[in-house]
Design a protein. Structure first.
Ligand code: GLU
Length: 306
């Protein structure tokens, strides 16, 4: 970095000072704000998670396998504010990433022992079931169909399906999609829903991820992108003045932490971790520093044990 003047030097010194005070005994890295996409995070306000070095999860086959080693957590990489990977620095940021870090800390894993793995919507069930990931935290809606293949801790957040359109579009809700082209992600609940006959869309285009859909919207090959409002707000913030979220949610998408279906002990450990971090204020701090920057306030939903 070139320091052209003393003001720039002073800023760097301040930034370093803030970083070192924030560091302490935590399981989080000094800086995890990625390249700060507008829907992204502000490093200074992120909580620090104390690693439970005595963690044990009795009767959990997955924990038994990873104990004292590392935990592999699947997430998204193209969802600013939620699960984002800076393509240059490879740093991960967002609310999902923070939820993953707080759970990992409670399970005894510091940042150096978390391996994040990018897994798109369509590959989640197979990655969890095959052990490709130990946990999955990535805008993953809990539903009965998915529960046939995987288990869910949580929910830790509740989103709703919405639409992202060009700023000058007159689409105001799903009822205006008749004859329109809409993009969503393969293997997602929004794609499935938008194909229902009642919406009568001209095309439901399936992409690997939502960032690709946003490109389609910008270049005019689709009229709308549909997925959770939480995800769309991040893209709208990155494309201020050009794109907008319609703001008329038409589903409930409770986000769960995906894990092996039969590992009830790990599921309960995840639930306890979420509850503890809601209780101690980490959830709110993490939300305010990430997803909360591009949306309105939110309160954590109640854990649903099953
Ligand atoms: N929450 C929805 C789902 O789990 C959409 C977001 C996503 O694809 O991750 O299908």
């Amino acid at each position: 970095m070139k320091l052209r003047n003393t003001a720039a030097a002073a800023i760097v010194v301040l930034a370093l000072a803030a970083t070192s005070t924030a560091c302490g005994k935590s399981g989080s890295p000094d800086d995890k704000d990625g390249d700060k996409p507008s829907g992204g995070t502000s490093a200074a306000a992120l909580p620090q998670y104390k690693v439970n070095t005595a963690a044990d999860v009795k009767d959990s086959p997955v924990f038994e396998k990873i104990k004292g080693k590392e935990i592999t957590i699947g997430t998204k990489a193209d969802q600013p504010g939620l699960g984002y990977e800076n393509p240059g620095t490879k740093k991960r940021s967002g609310f999902d990433v923070e939820i993953a870090r707080m759970i990992a800390a409670d399970l005894g894993f510091d940042e150096a022992h978390i391996k994040f793995k990018t897994v798109p919507s369509e590959a989640r069930e197979t990655q969890i079931a095959s052990g490709g990931v130990d946990l999955y935290v990535g805008t993953y809606t809990i539903n009965d169909e998915r529960k046939k293949q995987v288990g869910f801790g949580g929910p830790y957040y509740e989103a709703g399906q919405d639409l992202l359109v060009k700023a000058d579009s007159d689409i105001k809700g799903p009822e205006d999609l008749k004859g329109k082209k809409v993009c969503s992600a393969t293997g997602s609940t929004p794609l499935k829903r938008i194909k229902e006959a009642k919406y009568d869309v001209a095309e439901a285009k399936a992409q690997q991820g939502y960032q690709l859909c946003v490109q389609d919207l910008v270049n005019g090959s689709v009229d709308a992108v549909t997925t959770d409002d939480s995800i769309l707000k991040g893209y709208a913030a990155e494309n201020k003045g050009a794109l907008k979220v319609v703001g008329n949610p038409f589903s409930k998408e409770p986000y769960g932490v995906g894990l092996k279906k039969e590992d009830a002990a790990l599921r309960e450990a995840v639930n306890k971790a979420i509850e503890a971090h809601v209780q101690n204020g980490d959830w709110k701090k993490a939300y305010d520093a990430t997803l909360g920057l591009s949306g309105s306030g939110a309160t954590p939903p109640k854990i649903e044990r099953y």
